[in-house]
Write a protein that binds this ligand. Structure first.
Ligand code: GLU
Length: 432
């Protein structure tokens, strides 16, 4: 039977737009667009990614066999500047997820006031099952496959879940070798400092989460020092968010990683836990703690809940059971749009992802600027500049929320869309 293309419905053709993360983002976009009475043509354009690249990534494994992984780079919107966003290595990565994450990067960079567009990349692979050599081979081939789409003025990747400064070093080296062997540090951010990385980049997302948390607590008139904090995830974001909270006198009563959660009502010693994880590779069986499941952890009685792992953690199924007074979204998309409404009606304050986890991309922006200038700032300057950008974005969103009486997620999205709308109308449509 021959295929009649007109029979194909949109969901078949546009399956990459049907993932839960992106569908959630679309709901927020539509709602926010209504609040600001966004131009209809702009809204149409904001609801679609500009370019989705899918590549095969053949990798020589240590046993000499070849495995072919699938990689993606989604360039969502470049109105405000070069595309910018991380690269994720995770076994659940697929195109719909990367589209959702690329959309979130676009709205994040806009609400933060950065001169950057939004993108995201990923490879469907469990990086914990790769040797160092295999991870290097995978990174170099993935970098090579997407190299014609990236570059210091085009699209600048960075670390995300499952990737780190070493991954960025391999990516930067591969790109540089392919561009005649000249060093191109500006092609990625989140690099080690020895090769053009920025001081303060590694802890930036976690520090940003805590700067935002302090503002959120102040807003709710709850003292941060002494507050009970629960952190989901103990990777690059969660571990630093826990550490900076601990250093500011908050009581981090529970954290989790892929092995599950640990709890101590008197507060966990986070510096000791970080040392423990360096040796044991997991928080499991940390002394002076008792195990808790992931769902128990999210529902613990506490003042602050920081979901710093993956998307889709709080939805309509558990939103009623959350006891935290303040949620600070260290992860991208941890709370669904519908759950946001429930939490909002229960007077739970949400610092939305596009602001709360913006510390990473803010310091990525500093890294990119420093690479272009070949002039580097000290860590104190980086941390201070980060604080000023992220708290300003938070204040703008809170002011908007108060004026329009909407939830924080809609407010953040509305502020973000407003900036994009102005820029898109000024640039116009090509050809017209
Ligand atoms: N992956 C981080 C994020 O989701 C950082 C992106 C970047 O620095 O470009 O925001």
């Amino acid at each position: 039977m021959s295929l009649n293309y007109s029979d194909k419905n949109t969901s078949q053709i546009e399956g990459h737009l049907n993932g839960p993360l992106f569908q959630n983002a679309l709901q927020t976009i539509e709602e926010a667009a209504k609040i600001i009475d966004c131009d209809k043509n702009v809204l149409e354009r904001l609801k679609k990614p500009r370019r989705c690249v899918t590549v095969s990534v053949p990798v020589r494994m240590d046993d000499y066999s070849v495995k072919v992984f699938t990689g993606y780079r989604v360039q969502y919107n470049a109105t405000l500047g070069p595309y910018k966003g991380g690269i994720r290595y995770h076994q659940n990565v697929d195109l719909p997820e990367v589209v959702g994450l690329a959309a979130l990067m676009t709205f994040k960079n806009s609400v933060l006031g950065l001169p950057l567009g939004g993108a995201k990349g990923g490879v469907c692979v469990d990086p914990t099952k790769l040797s160092r050599t295999e991870k290097q081979n995978l990174t170099r081939r993935y970098a090579s496959e997407i190299s014609s789409f990236v570059g210091p003025t085009k699209d600048i990747p960075a670390p995300d879940v499952g990737t780190d400064p070493q991954t960025m070093a391999w990516f930067m080296d591969t790109y540089s070798q392919e561009q005649g062997g000249y060093s191109q540090p500006g092609v990625v951010t989140g690099k080690p400092v020895e090769i053009g990385g920025s001081l303060g980049r590694n802890h930036a997302t976690g520090l940003g989460v805590v700067f935002v948390a302090e503002k959120a607590f102040e807003n709710c008139r709850i003292p941060f020092a002494g507050a009970r904090i629960v952190v989901q995830g103990f990777g690059n974001v969660g571990s630093f968010a826990a550490l900076f909270s601990y250093q500011r006198g908050a009581k981090v009563i529970a954290v989790s990683d892929v092995s599950g959660g640990i709890f101590n009502g008197d507060g966990l010693n986070i510096p000791e836990l970080i040392e423990y994880v360096k040796i044991n590779k997991s928080i499991k069986d940390f002394p002076k703690s008792q195990p808790v499941s992931n769902s128990q952890l999210l529902e613990l009685d506490c003042e602050g809940l920081f979901p710093c792992a993956l998307e889709g953690q709080i939805d309509v199924h558990n939103a009623e059971k959350i006891k935290a007074k303040i949620i600070v979204e260290g992860a991208n998309g941890p709370v669904s749009n519908a759950a946001t409404k429930i939490l909002h009606s229960r007077n739970i304050f949400i610092a939305p992802d596009v602001v709360a986890n913006g510390g990473g991309v803010i310091v990525s922006y500093f890294e990119w600027v420093q690479d272009i200038m070949s002039f580097f700032w000290d860590e104190h300057e980086i941390d201070n500049r980060l604080k000023s950008i992220i708290t300003k974005a938070f204040d703008t969103v809170v002011t908007f929320r108060n004026e329009k009486n909407v939830d924080m997620r809609s407010a953040a999205m509305a502020v973000s869309i407003k900036r994009l709308e102005k820029a898109m109308l000024l640039r116009g449509l090509y050809p017209r």
